[in-house]
Write a protein that binds this ligand. Structure first.
Ligand SMILES: Cc1ncc(COP(=O)(O)O)c(C=O)c1O
Length: 293
């Protein structure tokens, strides 16, 4: 079924959507993006995604194309027009179209694009069985905290993982795991605490990572924000990834070696369950707010 997408002020059929060949997203990956999960027709933690969008834009000397509330209205309208119950809303802002030149153009109008993708998130069979990851060198640039559309190194790592018969890759720099191709990496120690890399320029500051750390604190689960090595990950009791569209997903093998007993572990399962409950509650709240309005 053809989707309705949003491009620069217009809701159009995906077949009719047009972007200039001079758009700087196309020529330079001069654009940032966000992906917000949708369950029960409502976005999860979208305020945090829009706050990160602003931060990414700031880092590149760009401005928000409009108020956050206007962006959220566009996202919600796309969900409505596409009757999206579960999946994601993708949102991208580029510096706009200008004749090809490295320097930032002075008067370009930002390009704002958004579309929906339907997919199973809560009852995702992959989260039930867990994923296999392989370890690959992190070939990305040094500002991974900015969520740019320059994702080729991550695509290469993902394809390398699939070619090796795995589901995803964990990227490694100086022997330490940075993150997954499109998710943050976490391990569970022998004592049942969580270890996840500290925030910095080396990783994306995941919205789901932040929510899971907050939930862990509330549950009395010990959290250490520090780098961990591939060896430590392979010897961990459990491992998992977090992202907007996978929530919390167990990692059951690293480089073909089982993590713990090779099955999703109790800490990971508990955090996934808690996150789903939190997301469902948020979805129910935004639905009732929308009815009240
Ligand atoms: C490299 C990378 N790390 C982490 C994440 C997870 O971030 P979030 O939880 O905000 O989706 C993503 C999401 O796309 C990502 O691309």
């Amino acid at each position: 079924m053809s989707r309705t997408v949003y491009v620069n002020g217009n809701f159009v059929d995906e077949a009719d959507a047009r972007i200039s060949v001079f758009d700087r997203a196309f020529l330079f990956a001069d654009a940032v993006y966000e992906v917000s999960a949708v369950i029960g027709g409502a976005m999860i933690d979208n305020d945090a995604h829009l706050a990160r969008l602003r931060r990414s834009l700031d880092a590149l000397g760009m401005h928000m194309p409009c108020e956050e509330s206007r962006i959220a209205a566009i996202q919600n309208e796309l969900i409505r027009r596409n009757a999206l119950d579960e999946g994601a809303v993708y949102l991208q802002v580029s510096r706009g179209a200008a004749d090809r030149d490295f320097k930032y153009p002075k008067n370009a109008t930002p390009t704002l694009v958004s579309f929906t993708q339907a997919r199973r998130i809560v009852d995702d069979p992959v989260a039930e069985r867990g994923i296999d990851v392989v370890v690959v060198p992190d070939l990305r640039w040094k500002r991974r905290d900015i969520k740019t559309v320059g994702l080729l190194a991550a695509c290469m790592a993902k394809q390398q993982a699939l070619d090796a018969g795995a589901d995803d890759a964990w990227m490694v720099e100086n022997g330490m795991v940075t993150e997954g191709t499109s998710n943050n990496a976490h391990i569970v120690t022998g004592e049942g605490g969580i270890v996840t890399r500290q925030l910095g320029n080396e990783i994306l500051h995941g919205v789901t990572r932040a929510a899971i750390l907050e939930l862990s604190h509330r549950e009395g689960i010990d959290v250490q924000e520090r780098a961990f090595s591939v060896e430590e990950a392979k010897a961990a009791r459990e491992a998992f990834i977090t992202s907007a569209t996978t929530f919390v997903c167990p990692v059951v093998r690293i480089d073909s070696q089982p993590v713990g007993d090779g099955r999703p572990g109790p800490v990971t399962r508990r955090l996934r369950q808690l996150y789903i409950e939190m997301a469902r509650a948020e979805a129910a709240r935004s639905k009732s707010d929308a009815v009240a309005r």
